[in-house]
Design a protein around this ligand. Structure first.
Ligand code: IMP
Length: 195
């Protein structure tokens, strides 16, 4: 019988990415699969805290091994804003367009364009918490370029490339992204446990 492992997300795309890389010993389930329809509150002030809040929320209610991720963009010249507020930088009902506009306005005339995307994963595995992280460094463009991806992708140029995340194919972005790096660490851990 495969071991159930819940990924605390409603995002099926994220779930499939991980499911493709874990062995058949694990039965990967989403929040929808376990009937958890609530939006888990993200009240923390760090990625680690938010990931941990989400994994504990699921564990406390469903008593099942689970993990959660939290990601965002940190811009050096803006004291690491928007950080944990990346999704709601332009307000609770803000959207990606408004969020990007706010970043570009705040960086208007600023020469230090350094930024990084970060992901932290909290895994609750047999009663113990493990963290995995991923970072990708880069710079913020002065205007949008590209139509792929989501969020801040059109203004983020990863280090070592002269295109933005939004100009990359999904496969290319997924091979270097902050989320991919953190997920690889998680998958290595899980596959080690299943060996
Ligand atoms: P989440 O924790 O993965 O839901 O990410 C929170 C927010 O960070 C998103 O709504 C985006 O604004 C931003 N973000 C996270 N990852 C990415 C990415 O890969 N590209 C662009 N924006 C991202």
């Amino acid at each position: 019988m495969p071991n159930p492992l819940v990924f605390a997300t409603h995002n099926n795309h994220k779930l499939q990415e991980v499911a493709a890389k874990t062995g058949s010993q694990l039965q990967l389930l989403s929040l929808t699969d376990i009937g958890c329809m609530e939006d888990i509150p993200e009240t923390g002030t760090t990625f680690q805290e938010n990931a941990s809040i989400k994994s504990h929320y699921v564990f406390d209610r469903y008593k099942v091994n689970c993990f959660a991720d939290d990601s965002g963009l940190e811009i050096e010249a803006l004291n690491n804003e928007p950080g944990v507020y990346s999704a709601r930088y332009a307000g609770e009902h803000g959207n990606h367009e408004a969020n990007i506009n706010k970043v570009l306005t705040n960086l208007n005339g600023v020469t230090n364009r350094k930024a990084r995307f970060r992901t932290v994963i909290s895994l609750l595995w047999n009663g113990e918490e493990h963290f995995f992280d991923g970072t990708v460094n880069g710079t913020i463009r002065t205007e949008r370029v590209g139509a792929q991806g989501f969020g801040y992708d059109p203004i983020f140029e990863p280090e070592g490339y002269d295109i933005t995340f939004a100009e990359m194919s999904m496969e290319q972005k997924n091979s270097i992204s902050h989320r991919a790096i953190a997920m690889e660490k998680l998958i290595d851990f899980l596959n080690g446990k299943q060996a």
